[in-house]
Write a protein that binds this ligand. Structure first.
Ligand code: TRP
Ligand code: ZN
Length: 887
């Protein structure tokens, strides 16, 4: 490899990656060691003789010296679990050597043709990386380093090649043969075989290669681009799934149109294929012209998918489509630059969904995801900058930090520049780097020049991990409000000292007396501490800050309860309104869980929240989709983060107890308002424009009722379940029933299972609802579900449906005897040899041990240690477990 892997660190940082001297440990790859590959591979020809148990691959590489790299006569090709059947250079058989998994050949001249034959067994590929079998079909997943499991190759994103591919296989078994680009030839062969030849004219890195062979049918349509080119569109699925593909097709067309209108990006091939696969490690993959999707993000109809599922399909289809420009036409120089494509593409899909689904609600949902997934990561042992400095296994860095915080960082640039200037920046980026493997620095420089911003200091967001806290205080001087902001960026593993980062905050000063909105302005906190002068709009000022969540930071402000109630009822920024209510609840619940509330404070706090929620339940001007958002209490995960501050540790048991108590108090005090809301929304028809909002608030009413009046709630939920003509109502009702000990629970669970037997995605929901439930016997139940005939550890969706849900169920996972931790550790150890990428994703749940009360911390740590002492761990799990113990 050109990327040096010596465990030295020239900067002398206390980098945690250095703390592992064991020579058997997987090597550390460092960003600063980047060197270009010594060879260019302008053209690749691949010939596949396809079979489920045996596939032969002949790869022909045109190779030439890279004039921009240090010369060498050694050709080193990455491999992973491969042996070569033969190697020829310029048509002559050649000696080769292996260095671990890699293949080495000596190339004496300037350019050569190298041909390599490998043989694979796709049916034995349980990792789902490279070429694998799923449901009788063959498909590939190459990002990040899966191509090296198909053939020996410089499997790195800065080696760009054009691909010509011939696929051959049984016509009965694989009637459909798909690959990147355009189909140039097809035909029948002897003995029931057939072939197809594909050519992709756009140079691409190996991680964007894909093929699919199987018995599939398509939902087909066309799209005419802004320059009048007609593109054939197909969504390929198994025949029985065809009726559930219309939403995916519509989402694709909307995405194509939106990217033309908003970013000026036009599609660049005559064909765009999407294939749905039921065994898949992640959500979907943007392979050039042939996106491969988890069925979960393609299939949707009202009977089997919730409103949330519909939105997720739309968002993921957009995400993968948008990668065609932000990822494929401009790709990454190396995997440290991953946020270049992922952060930007997440921002693009969020902006698209805001336009499709409504800006305010979508923004709240995105912030909820960030806080649930990224804030804990940034506060724990696995914290890393959006552009990491080192890794052992790149699969571990497909994180909420790289994706979601990466999107927030670019969103901040957009806020500072304004939409128009930001577009000038992205135009310059696409123009300047088209066809290249670029870096995050290239992106920042393009935005800087195109949008005319000075991003010198702002670049720190790419280097520094940790969620900044901004402390807010103010005083009034005459007609001016002096707003003082002070930032602190916490120490994170390997980064003890931090520099201040520019933080753009949208601010308004309201007047409580006038109930009038103050005008908004953007202030940018550049230094550690700054004071800003803002005009007053009236007496009793209330500051509304980080409106729209303009920066991914934690705001620390000592607002009086009455001011938060005021903001929750009157702020003109919908996000700020949501935030005020969340803050009221967080403050109350964290104080209560810490035992820091006096009796009168407990009562006053609860009354304030009741009052604020009453205003929301009865606000005629609010639409129900937004009302539904506002009705959701902060999650236990978020409360965990808020409680674990400074030296205080989180107590999941106390958090759970207090949150349930508050739900009960709200359900009780607001019973008549809640029932009125339910009555108003109960009979809104499914396809009424108000239907979505109605479905959302109905289930939120049930959630609160379940805590205050479980018998009545069970009755209502069962009724909702029985009358439901759509999955949103049905799942909402069943989810609430799952948390209750009522006869209705077992009956409806059984009915649900029977109704949907054979529909894998809905049976996943059946597992998830039970694993997430507040049932007192949750541990035993999950144990039973793992023995259910429909459970299989080989299918990632099924594993996640049971165990990810369980790991996110604080009551079960944090069971005080450690049984929940043991269950997840056992799963990791069982899954690691089968599918390491999926196994390693369960480690972060255990990695939060430092921030939890000592009893549970010791139990979590013991499980991590048990895993770390196991022989033969994958690189994926090894890295996550050792970072979790050290960091
Ligand atoms: N690049 C893909 C996306 O963000 C996700 C991805 C990365 C992936 N690695 C993967 C998907 C491995 C499946 C398996 O859209
Ligand atoms: Zn992506």
């Amino acid at each position: 490899m050109d990327i040096a892997t010596t465990p030295t660190n020239p900067e002398g940082n206390p980098d945690l990656a250095d703390a592992a001297p064991n020579p058997h440990d997987p090597p550390v790859i460092r960003r600063e060691d980047y060197k270009p590959y010594p060879w260019l591979v302008p053209n690749v020809r691949l010939a596949f003789d396809l079979g489920i148990e045996k596939t032969a691959v002949k790869s022909t590489l045109e190779i030439a010296r890279n004039p921009d790299a240090e010369p060498t006569s050694e050709l080193r090709l990455d491999g992973d679990g491969l042996t070569a059947d033969s190697v020829t250079v310029d048509g002559v058989e050649r000696e080769w050597t292996m260095d671990g998994p890699d293949l080495l050949v000596t190339l004496p001249g300037e350019s050569h043709t190298v041909e390599i034959v490998t043989t694979l067994d796709p049916s034995a590929n349980t990792q789902l990386m490279g070429l694998y079998a799923s449901n009788g079909m063959l498909c590939t997943q190459c990002e990040a380093e899966g191509f090296r499991r198909i053939t020996f190759f410089p499997d790195r994103p800065d080696v760009l090649s054009t691909y010509s591919v011939r696929m051959e296989g049984s016509k009965a078994q694989f009637p459909i043969l798909l690959c990147n680009g355009n189909r140039e030839a097809e035909g029948d062969l002897q003995g029931g075989a057939h072939f197809a030849e594909w050519h992709d004219p756009w140079p691409k890195p190996s991680y964007l290669f894909a093929l699919v062979a199987g018995d599939l049918v398509a939902n087909s349509s066309t799209f005419t681009t802004m320059n009048g080119r007609e593109v054939e569109l197909n969504v390929w699925v198994r025949e029985e799934d065809l009726p559930r593909t219309d939403h995916a097709m519509e989402s694709l067309k909307k995405s194509m149109k939106w990217d033309e209108e908003v970013f000026g990006r036009e599609y660049d091939l005559d064909l765009f294929n999407i294939v749905a696969v039921s065994d898949f490690n992640m959500g979907a993959m943007e392979n050039k012209g042939l996106n491969v999707f988890n069925t979960k993000y393609v299939l949707a109809d009202p009977d089997t998918a919730t409103d949330g599922d519909f939105d997720a399909v739309e968002g993921v289809i957009a995400h993968e489509y948008f990668h065609n420009w932000s990822g494929n036409r401009i790709t990454c120089r190396d995997w440290f630059q991953l946020s270049l494509k992922e952060g930007f593409t997440v921002l693009r899909d969020q902006l698209f969904s805001q336009d499709m689904q409504g800006e305010a609600v979508k923004r709240i949902e995105d912030v909820r995801i960030l806080r649930a997934a990224q804030f804990p990561e940034d506060a724990g042992p696995l914290a890393h900058p959006i552009r990491p400095d080192s890794y052992r296994e790149i699969s571990n860095f497909y994180t909420a930090t790289v994706y979601n915080k990466g999107a927030e960082v670019i969103r901040m640039m957009r806020s500072m520049a304004g939409e128009e200037r930001f577009r000038k920046g992205t135009d310059l980026y696409f123009d300047r780097h088209d066809g290249e493997a670029a870096t995050c620095e290239d992106f920042v420089r393009s935005i800087e020049e195109g949008a005319e911003l000075d991003l010198t200091r702002f670049r720190r967001w790419y280097r520094q991990a940790g969620t900044p806290t901004v402390s807010v205080s103010h005083r009034v001087e005459g007609e001016t409000l002096k707003l003082t902001l002070e930032q602190a960026v916490p120490a994170t593993p390997g980064q003890p000292e931090k520099q201040p980062m520019p933080i753009p905050l949208r601010v308004a000063v309201h007047s409580r007396r006038k109930e009038a909105a103050g005008s908004e302005q953007l202030v940018i906190l550049e230094d550690t501490k700054q004071t800003f002068d803002l005009p007053l709009t009236g007496p009793d000022p209330v500051v509304s800050i980080n409106r729209g969540f303009s920066a991914p930071v934690i705001i620390d402000r000592a607002l009086a309860r009455q001011d938060l109630v005021f903001l929750a009822a009157h702020d003109d920024d919908p996000f700020a309104r949501y935030e005020a209510l969340q803050e009221l609840a967080v403050r109350h619940l964290v104080d209560a869980a810490s035992g820091e509330l006096s009796e009168p404070d407990q009562v006053a706090g609860q009354e304030a929240i009741v009052g604020a929620l009453r205003a929301i339940l009865t606000d005629q001007a609010l639409d129900d989709s937004m009302r539904g958002e506002l009705m959701m209490l902060p999650s236990e995960t978020y409360l965990f983060e808020a409680m674990a501050k400074g030296t205080r540790k989180a107590d999941p048991g106390a958090i759970h107890e207090q949150r349930e108590a508050l739900k009960a108090a709200l359900g009780g005090s607001l019973a008549s308002e809640l029932h009125a809301l339910y009555d108003r929304t109960e009979n809104v028809a499914f396809d009424d424009p108000a239907g979505r909002g109605a479905r959302k608030v109905k289930t939120q009413v049930l959630v609160l009722a379940a805590a205050s009046d479980p018998t009545k709630a069970a009755e209502l939920a069962a009724h909702q379940y029985d009358r439901a003509d759509n999955m949103t109502d049905r799942q909402g009702a069943l989810m609430v029933l799952c948390g209750l000990e009522a006869p209705e629970r077992e009956e409806r669970l059984k009915a649900f299972y029977e109704r949907y037997t054979g529909n894998a995605l809905v049976i996943d929901k059946w597992f998830t609802m039970q694993a997430l439930s507040l049932h007192p016997d949750i541990l035993a139940q999950v144990g039973q579900l793992a023995k259910h005939p429909d459970f299989t550890i080989k299918n990632p969706n099924r594993v996640r449906s049971l165990y990810m849900a369980f790991a996110g169920n604080p009551q079960g996972f944090h069971s005080s005897d450690g049984a929940g931790y043991r269950m997840i550790a056992d799963l990791i150890l069982e899954l690691d040899p089968i599918n390491p990428q999926t196994a390693a994703r369960f480690v972060p749940a255990l990695g939060r041990w430092r921030r939890i009360e000592p009893g549970r911390a010791a139990l979590m740590k013991a499980e991590l240690e048990r895993i770390s002492k196991t022989d033969g761990l994958s690189r994926d799990t090894f890295e996550q477990v050792s970072r979790s113990l050290d960091g």
